[in-house]
Design a protein around this ligand. Structure first.
Ligand SMILES: [Zn+2]
Length: 313
């Protein structure tokens, strides 16, 4: 369906409802030609449904010239293979996500490196099981090569409608959004989605709660009329968006304080307990995401620039 002057919205379907797993939403930007943002999961009917719904909106799938990935997670990027079998389209993403597309094994390597000794407590299952589950859920990760353009903050995207890249780290270090000033709209990937309400998607080991807060502040400054997340539904209305972002920022601050207090009271507090405490009142954060949330809240308590300080000493 048409969302703004140049943006069309196609909802992602459930993959495994029990885990809250869905394909990403897909957005089509209509300039002279078409750009597809986050083509979605490789398993399931998502891309076929997008194509059928595009016909209904009088958009031709074959007119897609560009693919933009907000980040390289498989529920956003795995259908890239199907697209590339049909179209000669250039791919745009952040350099960190380009690395993952070209060498998918890096994703898990980096996530596990980030978890260190917490890996078992966070993931619950041994690494080979986790990777097997991910393959079953999303399909095999196959390297993508050639014709990937790495873009950074502020880059103008030549889409036939004014659009520029906004870096929005928090969920993924290389997450990008697309700001479209003429549409008064911003596509934000997985940084936050309305369903989770006031807790950002810091649901992976490489997520970063403090970066998410900085990205949310940046979004707030852009003061758009339409916010288009990669899961759940877009949100419209300046005041409503502002209120939501303020609630989320306040919740993030409270979670960091709560984690600090909990850790002071009980230094070895188990992640599920801390997670349940932090997610209290938000029924959308499942048992797995609670562990991730707790892990990320603990990370947010680490001295912010410890690494860079060590470099200087
Ligand atoms: Zn993601």
């Amino acid at each position: 369906m048409k969302l703004t002057r140049h943006i069309f919205f196609y909802k992602g379907e459930d993959i495994i409802p029990l885990f809250g797993l869905t394909s990403s939403n897909t957005y089509i930007i209509r300039g002279e030609r078409l750009t597809i943002v986050d083509p979605g999961a490789g398993v399931g009917p998502h891309l076929r449904r997008v194509e059928a719904a595009m016909k209904h909106d009088r958009l031709r799938f074959d007119n897609i010239m560009k693919v933009i990935l907000t980040h390289a997670h498989p529920d956003h990027a795995q259908s890239l293979r199907a697209i590339r079998g049909r179209l000669v389209a250039q791919i745009y993403c952040h350099p960190l996500e380009k690395d993952i597309l070209e060498n998918p094994g890096l994703l898990w390597d980096r996530e596990y490196e980030r978890m260190g000794p917490f890996a078992r407590e966070v993931m619950m299952l041994p690494r080979p099981w986790i990777q097997w589950l991910a393959r079953v859920m999303f399909g095999p990760m196959v390297p993508v090569s050639g014709d990937i353009v790495a873009v950074r903050h502020g880059a103008a995207l030549n889409l036939g409608a004014s659009a520029r890249v906004v870096e929005l780290p928090g969920h993924r270090p290389g997450e990008i959004g697309i700001h479209m000033p003429d549409d008064n709209a911003l596509i934000i990937g997985d940084l936050i989605n309305y369903k989770m309400y006031d807790i950002p998607s810091v649901n992976m080991p490489e997520s970063d709660l403090r970066q998410a807060m900085a990205s949310i502040r940046l979004i707030r400054e852009l003061d758009v009329e339409t916010l288009a997340p990669a899961h759940d539904y877009p949100l419209t209305g300046r005041m409503k968006i502002r209120e939501w972002l303020d609630d989320t920022l306040a919740r993030c601050g409270r979670m960091i304080d709560q984690a600090a207090q909990a850790l002071a009271a009980k230094p070895g507090i188990p992640l599920p307990r801390l997670g349940a405490m932090l997610a209290a009142g938000n029924a959308h954060i499942n048992f797995f995401q609670r562990r991730m949330l707790a892990f990320n809240a603990l990370k947010a308590l680490e001295p912010e620039d410890r690494l860079s300080k060590e470099d200087h000493e």
